[in-house]
Design a protein around this ligand. Structure first.
Ligand code: DGJ
Length: 850
């Protein structure tokens, strides 16, 4: 991604540019020449126009003259991204009608061919005076309330007349460069152009619908601004960020559902008449249902067909819904949750919704995921970190939990440094009386019993080993047994007359109160400035209950105001420490959303680091999010969450498709394990850019495979390199496996394909050891056990050459698997339950023209 910052002054009428993460750029004869990153398509009209335009630190290319993304003419509004079109008609009944959202097209004239033809109306219609068509028969971007459209609508307000019935009459469409108003919330960075449709509403309620176009990623972001132009207060009861009416109802809905330890499980359902609603009411985006969801049309599948994707740049409670009406049409809505929501809009005040993100691909789930991945990388993540290589880390949590000393940490750090780790992260338990979950949250003063030299000294010792130092916080929470709570019991969220409920033995702080926000900014900021801290794990370990704040007049505002308070804190802390790498965490993925990713470029995806579950979790998350946001760790076995044993190589091979970390006691590793980990880290660093930033392909889903097999690929945008992860799941014995087909490569390029070298543990053979070794040994004897610690067999060495077209059309035939009775041969692949392999593809030439 091009990162450009505007300098303070201008030079002869040209903006002076300072570059970061620089693509090559030069100024020549007052024109800018940019060498684009290789994933920007030069053939797109935007790129061909050869003009650089920049805003908010993110650069885009666009035409010099006029707009090419948005056109307003003949009562028609055309919005176009690289491969999609969003077409609206205005006028009829003062409404904005959706004529099309989907594949890119050219519209003839005023779009007559697209417009709904209704001559005499439908039985049961309700018509407002002057209507020729009932609002209920139209596909609407904004519906009048209780005035003929009886589907759920995006906006519900209690108006000064005391009722809810309302009309919203279209006034104007304006458009210009840059983003929509932010409203104190994160939103996509570097929007190319934004359209604003404004409506005059009953009771003085003005509505503006914003559409921001992210041309290069096929994303259109929508939000709504409500302004009270009247003289009396208005109560907002529901204001979603998007309402989209699609024709027909032949769609499959996929939501990412789950719970702690099994986040982001894709759940598919066919649509049926009525409302399918999903979301979160826990105060966070939550692990029960991620804000990302998809609608796939008809027979669409991973590689083909029309798929829509939806997401929200928001970290609090949210709601999505898909309604099929009596005419078999589909209404999609998404926004902040209307559960216990009520917002007082006084005269002159405005309310802005969070930003909804919409994308469409005609290339199946894969195409849609690629759009979303590009959008997150280019327009959500902090520019400083978007493409920066993320460090290999070790985190002490599962290695020590609360039970550590400085000596123990440094012993772990020394091993980690020798193995190639770049960042040492000290997790929970370093402050106050935090020796268990019961106490200390809120008191960010160093526990000198554990760390006599303090943080600065520990950081120095870690730095002296050649690693950066990182630290854990949970700033939004407090334990009852803490100095903070004793001093300010009223800072914990509670509802008068109710004893507050606890989650993980803690209370949540009331971020609606400015003094609480100031405390967090001061205390966390103070620690960050006290030592050389290069990374922060920002944890949050409970859902929000007992919603109420004495700082508010209207308690219906609590949920959203708490999230706005959080964003204010993050603006301050992350904004003041741009060079610190922040990782969001919420007992794993209980707050994994575009809002948090705007501040923190990575998230600890799940506390569950069992490789087999992680393949599912990472597969699910990959539908909406790129691998460069997913913290993925190798931990000890039996796994602490599932008690499952998986091979160390598979734990690495799985974590390598995200941001690699180790979370185990490195001092307890055997020499062989240390050797393996050293080799893993070296491999990861060598292929880091590809693994973190490459285009991600789901080749086989563990959700579709009878025995949980999974296969992923990442490919460089240039297609010069790719890496395939082949994960076995439960072993399927004595099989003839189909060739491994690899799409997406350069068909004309010749590739070298090699398997990453892995070792085979002797004790994996059990009683078969005597068929493998030339000498006879007791499989349970000391000799085998001792030998297994120091001696291992080499795994198979596979290496091939093939053209991209060959790999796509026919695939790669790999070595046969070990079948027991057949015996041992170096020409076999030794697979066990949960075994896996990585294949490295390197372009070595071109197909010669005949
Ligand atoms: C929950 C996180 O998900 C874990 O990784 C760890 O940081 C603990 N909190 C510490 O309390």
């Amino acid at each position: 991604m091009i990162q450009i910052q505007r300098d303070a002054h201008r030079d002869q009428g040209n903006e002076k540019l300072r570059l970061e993460n620089t693509p090559q750029i030069a100024t020549k004869e007052n024109r800018l020449f940019v060498v684009l990153p290789d994933d920007v398509d030069w053939r797109s009209p935007v790129a061909r126009a050869g003009w650089l335009w920049y805003t908010g630190g993110a650069a885009q290319l666009r035409k010099a003259e006029g707009s090419i993304m948005i056109r307003v003419h003949d009562g028609l509004i055309e919005m176009h991204t690289q491969n999609t079109s969003y077409i609206l008609a205005t006028g009829q009944g003062g409404l904005a009608e959706n004529l099309h959202y989907g594949a890119k097209m050219r519209v003839h004239g005023a779009g007559e061919a697209l417009r709904a033809k209704v001559a005499v109306g439908f039985g049961g219609d309700v018509l407002r005076p002057g209507d020729t068509v009932s609002p209920g028969a139209m596909r609407l971007e904004l519906s009048p309330t209780q005035r003929g459209d009886f589907r759920e609508g995006a906006l519900l307000a209690k108006l000064p007349h005391g009722g809810f019935s309302a009309d919203f009459t279209y006034k104007t469409a304006t458009h210009g460069q840059g983003p929509a108003p932010g409203g104190g919330m994160p939103q996509g960075r570097g929007a190319g152009e934004t359209l604003c449709l404004s409506f005059a509403g009953t009771g003085g309620l003005e509505v503006e619908l914003f559409y921001s176009l992210f041309y290069d990623t096929d994303v259109i972001a929508k939000k709504m601004r409500l302004t009270n132009r009247g003289g009396e207060a208005i109560e907002l009861r529901r204001c979603f960020s998007t309402q989209l009416d699609l024709p027909g109802c032949d769609y499959t809905l996929t939501t990412l559902n789950g719970a702690w330890g099994r986040e982001c499980m894709p759940e598919k359902r066919a649509l049926a008449p009525g409302v399918a609603a999903f979301g979160s009411t826990s105060g966070h985006s939550g692990n029960r249902c991620n804000p990302f969801f998809m609608l796939a049309r008809g027979e669409a599948c991973e590689t083909a067909g029309e798929v829509y994707g939806f997401n929200l740049v928001y970290s609090g409670s949210h709601r999505g819904s898909v309604e099929v009406d009596g005419f078999g049409r589909t209404r999609v809505m998404q926004g902040l949750s209307d559960e216990a929501f009520s917002w007082t809009l006084n005269p002159g005040e405005s309310f802005i919704t969070p930003e909804a993100v919409l994308s469409f691909s005609a290339e199946g789930y894969r195409g849609l995921s690629h759009n979303m991945h590009r959008f997150v990388r280019r327009h959500i993540l902090p520019p400083r970190w978007a493409t920066a290589p993320r460090p290999v880390l070790v985190n002490n949590w599962e290695g020590t939990y609360f039970n550590f000393t400085e000596g123990k940490l440094l012993r772990m750090a020394r091993v980690a440094a020798r193995l190639g780790v770049e960042l040492f992260v000290l997790d929970d338990g370093w402050f106050g009386a935090r020796n268990s979950e019961n106490a200390g949250l809120g008191d960010y003063n160093v526990n000198r019993k554990k760390l006599p030299g303090g943080l600065a000294s520990l950081a120095r010792s870690v730095n002296a080993l050649g690693m950066d130092f990182g630290l854990w916080f949970e700033p939004e929470m407090v334990n009852e047994d803490s100095d903070l709570y004793r001093a300010h019991p009223d800072w914990a969220i509670r509802t008068p007359g109710l004893s507050p409920a606890k989650g993980r033995k803690q209370y949540a702080l009331d971020l609606c109160r400015p003094e609480v926000r100031e405390y967090i900014i001061r205390s966390v900021g103070g620690v960050l400035d006290s030592a050389n801290i290069r990374y922060v794990k920002w944890d949050m370990n409970r859902d929000i209950s007992d919603g109420y704040s004495p700082a508010l007049h209207n308690q219906g505002e609590f949920g959203h105001r708490r999230v706005l308070g959080l964003y204010e804190v993050l603006d301050n802390i992350c904004g003041a420490h741009e060079d610190i790498l922040f990782e969001g965490c919420a007992s794993g993925g209980n707050r994994f959303d575009l809002g948090m990713l705007y501040y923190m470029p990575q998230v600890w995806l799940s506390d569950d680091s069992d490789a087999h579950m992680r393949q599912k979790i990472q597969t699910g998350a990959s539908f909406g999010y790129p691998q460069c946001v997913m913290g993925c760790h190798v931990s000890a076995v039996p796994n602490h969450q599932t008690l499952r044993n998986t091979p160390l190589d598979t734990r690495f091979n799985t974590a390598a498709f995200g941001l690699l970390g180790y979370e185990l006691d490195m001092t307890a590793l055997t020499a062989a394990q240390k050797g393996d980990i050293k080799a893993q880290i070296a491999f990861y660093k060598k292929h880091r850019r590809l693994l973190q930033q490459g285009d991600f392909y789901r080749l086989e889903s563990p959700f579709d495979s009878a025995h949980g097999a999974c296969r992923w690929m990442v490919a460089a945008p240039s297609r010069d390199a790719a890496l395939v992860g082949d994960f076995e799941g439960l072993l399927w014995p004595n099989s003839t496996r189909p060739n491994m087909r690899l799409p997406g490569l350069n068909p004309d390029a010749l590739y070298d394909i090699a398997v990453r070298a892995q070792k085979i543990d002797l004790d994996a053979f059990g009683g078969l050891i005597n068929y493998v070794l030339p000498v006879h040994l007791n499989p349970d004897g000391m000799l085998v056990k001792t030998a297994a610690k120091v001696y291992r067999l080499d795994g198979e060495a596979e290496s091939y050459q093939a053209y991209g077209s060959q790999l796509a059309a026919a695939g790669l035939a790999r070595l046969q698997e070990f079948t027991g009775a057949g015996g041992y041969s170096p020409q076999l692949r030794f697979l066990t339950d949960f075994a896996s392999r990585l294949y490295v593809l390197r372009r070595i030439g071109e197909k010669r023209a005949r």
